[in-house]
Design a protein around this ligand. Sequence first.
Ligand SMILES: CC(C)(COP(=O)(O)OP(=O)(O)OC[C@H]1O[C@@H](n2cnc3c(N)ncnc32)[C@H](O)[C@@H]1OP(=O)(O)O)[C@@H](O)C(=O)NCCC(=O)NCCS
Length: 218
Amino acid sequence: MMQVAVFGTGGCGRGVMPLARRKWIASGHRYQLVFVDDNPATGECNGHRVFTYAEWINQPASSRHISIAIANGTTREKVVQRCMADGVEFFEVRADNVVQLDEVQISNGAILHSFVTLTSNIKIGKHFHANIYSYIEHDCIIGDYVTFAPGVKCNGNVVVEDHVYIGANSVIKQGQPGSRLVIGRGAVIGMGAVVTKSVPPGVTVVGNPASVLQKKFF
Ligand SMILES: CC(C)(COP(=O)(O)OP(=O)(O)OC[C@H]1O[C@@H](n2cnc3c(N)ncnc32)[C@H](O)[C@@H]1OP(=O)(O)O)[C@@H](O)C(=O)NCCC(=O)NCCS
């Protein structure tokens, strides 16, 4: 029997499980679908068993398949590496009503929630998460381990580098062909931000127009 899991019983994982369930029911395979969580609160969650990773990896299996439902891109990458070392395969989760137009390349492990729209000529890296009602417009390049919270509006000709987190209802202004707007590696865009120009790597920006959130140390 195939062992199939959603990693994480947090809000992210519980939002992903119903989409994963629909996918695997439609597959016609024989499988067991469970949650995996390193710190499980209970042995059951929303009708599915919860195993620790070590328990799950010791279940008899013809093959193992997992979706990493962890919003933090750094933690997500660590879990991905652990799974790869154990020969676990990753599956894409995609709501039935996702819209995808022409020439969209998506690497493995993506999670595309309900009402996500990807228009044309878009490249997306590994283990991308797009939460409900997010969109990516034409000619964007999205890196690895990028997370879009609900309602992110990423307009055309934007580059989002690896490990960027974009908060709920943020709007990213379009770039230009040959002069894309770039959100630098590891940047965080606060919920509701209106990003009008490129964002340096590693900073957090908030507001309209978005500016760097200064940390208070006292
Ligand atoms: C931007 C963000 C990452 C900052 O988090 P943080 O470092 O913990 O910051 P704090 O909550 O301590 O807030 C620091 C200050 O920034 C302000 N602030 C926080 N987020 C803000 C935002 N999105 N827009 C404007 N101001 C914001 C706070 O009011 C606070 O101001 P103060 O110092 O004058 O009181 C976070 O607030 C955020 O927007 N996260 C995304 C949330 C989201 O989209 N969730 C979706 C879940 S599915």
